[in-house]
Write a protein that binds this ligand. Structure first.
Ligand code: URQ
Ligand code: ZN
Ligand code: ZN
Length: 479
């Protein structure tokens, strides 16, 4: 199958150039003008449009079993919704139950994800520790192409990793060349504050942000950063939501520590007023962790994204419908945590980022695709328009208006946190593995077409880390 994208402006993270793109068998084969292409090649007129690398969402949870229920979005519908929004790859999470072998959980998730319509990969969560976890982490790196391990510092009595697990697992990551990532909230403090609020009779969604104030995230961010520093391993913080966490990352980066940050489209745009909606269901629909923050934090996140303190954007797409959220009707701590966004992210980022001058078109590509590909070591296979790269492309119409709504979105959830927002700039066509999968508002996807993408360990980051630690070992064993 061959495809020629003609007349567009190619926008990569490093530069923009007017050129045509020829794709064959899912790979970009030629970039230039007046390209010679075989007869029968499908031709797309991209005049007046931008031709960008498809979005990479490094943080989703399709059909996650969580808090007594299962996220309503599955890998088939969720990756299709991503394509409708210009996202051509997701990195989801294998989350073993405590005591569950990591390899067993990995196989389960791979089974679920086999229905995907676009490419996917997995971070694997370390939710417990013993020698078998130590061993399986290496097996996942060497045999399964996993190069990132997640640690939930929240969710006490469920999937929370305490300091001992963090230290053991971070050290293991250093040994095997994998990136440790964290959900940075102090789970003990959250549990304490939840109890306090419930005891005071505050049971509604308005209690959710009160049970996880920004200092709870700031403490955990600092702790994870200091543990990583002491061990000498890089660190990636997911869904950074507030100034306190941004400041910890900025301090560490200022001192040369390899710390990376991710922010969510939701946290960039929404504040904690959503929890005071008089409609219980609407307020509960916004319950996710970390919560949407008081006004002011959003601008801090934007500045961190613009200034390079935060490198990637994601959605933490984890869908629970109203009937599922209702589990917490009388107790906010039982409202399944999660919101959607895999279809909305690029449009929101473009509208609030590029249209408002916060990001150039090239910076947009960097934070929506390229940086995630680089940090998780799948660049340039993913994250750029270059000869030899996968033909995962979004043809972007900067003049197209689109209203984000649960009434029209493809996401399998009855709520949209951006409900009613009209954006300017939206996907005209999405191409996955060289095939047009979204055009004129219509999906044309194939169940199971998505591939599991291996992410090699030992990216250049770790080669540098190894050298640096030799001369600047974070700990000196004095003989
Ligand atoms: O914490 C996460 O990232 C998962 C469990 C999704 N839920 C959420 O509230 N962020
Ligand atoms: Zn999280
Ligand atoms: Zn998450």
């Amino acid at each position: 199958m061959s495809l020629l994208i003609k007349g567009g402006k190619l926008v990569n993270a490093d530069q923009s150039v007017f050129a045509d793109v020829y794709c064959e068998d899912g790979i970009i084969k030629a970039i230039g003008k007046d390209l010679d292409v075989p007869a029968g090649t499908e031709i797309i007129d991209a005049a007046g449009k931008l031709v960008m690398p498809g979005g990479i969402d490094p943080h989703t949870h399709m059909q996650l079993p969580f808090m007594g229920t299962v996220a309503s979005e599955d890998f088939y519908s969720g990756t299709a919704a991503g394509l409708a929004g210009g996202t051509t790859m997701i990195i989801d999470f294998v989350i073993p139950n405590p005591q569950q072998p990591l390899m067993e959980a990995f196989e389960t998730w791979k089974g679920w994800a086999s229905r995907s319509v676009s490419d996917y990969s997995f971070h694997v969560a370390v939710t417990w520790w013993d020698d078998s976890v130590h061993q399986e982490m290496e097996q996942l790196v060497k045999e399964e192409g996993v190069n990132s391990f997640k640690h939930f510092m929240a969710y006490k009595d469920a999937i929370m990793a305490g300091d001992e697990t963090l230290v053991n697992s971070f050290n293991r990551c250093l040994e095997i060349g994998a990136m440790p990532t964290v959900h940075a909230e102090n789970g003990e403090l959250v549990a304490h504050l939840q109890k306090k609020l419930l005891k005071a009779g505050i049971t509604g969604p308005e209690a959710h942000p009160q049970s996880r104030p920004t200092e709870v995230e700031g403490e955990a961010a600092n702790r994870a950063i200091r543990i990583a520093q002491s061990i000498g391993v890089p660190l990636y913080l997911v869904h950074v939501s507030c100034k306190e966490a941004v400041d910890e990352i900025a301090r560490a980066r200022q001192e040369g520590q390899r710390v990376y940050g991710e922010c969510l489209a939701g946290h960039l745009e929404l504040d904690d007023s959503v929890y005071h909606n008089t409609d219980w269901s609407t307020a509960a629909a916004h319950v996710m962790s970390p919560p949407f923050r008081p006004k002011g934090h959003q601008e801090v996140l934007w500045k961190a994204l613009q200034g390079g303190t935060i490198q990637t954007t994601a959605t933490d797409h984890c869908c629970f419908c109203a009937d599922q959220k209702a589990a917490g009707k009388d107790d906010f701590s039982k409202i399944p945590n999660g919101t959607a966004g895999v279809e909305d992210r690029l449009m929101v980022l473009w509208d609030s980022g590029v249209n408002k001058g916060r990001l150039t078109e090239n910076e947009f590509v960097a934070v929506s695709s390229t940086n995630s590909a680089k940090i998780f070591n799948i660049y340039p296979q993913k994250g750029c328009i270059a000869v030899g790269s996968d033909a995962d492309i979004v043809i972007w119409d900067t003049d197209k208006s689109h209203t984000l709504s649960a009434k029209t979105h493809h996401q399998k959830i009855d709520f949209n946190i951006f409900e009613g927002r009209t954006v300017k700039g939206a996907p005209h066509i999405t191409i996955s593995q060289g095939k047009v999968v979204f055009k004129d508002g219509k999906l044309n996807v194939t169940e199971g077409a998505g591939r599991y993408i291996k992410r090699p360990a030992f990216p250049s980051i770790f080669e540098a880390v190894e050298k640096y630690n030799q001369d600047n070992a974070p700990y000196k064993i004095e003989r």
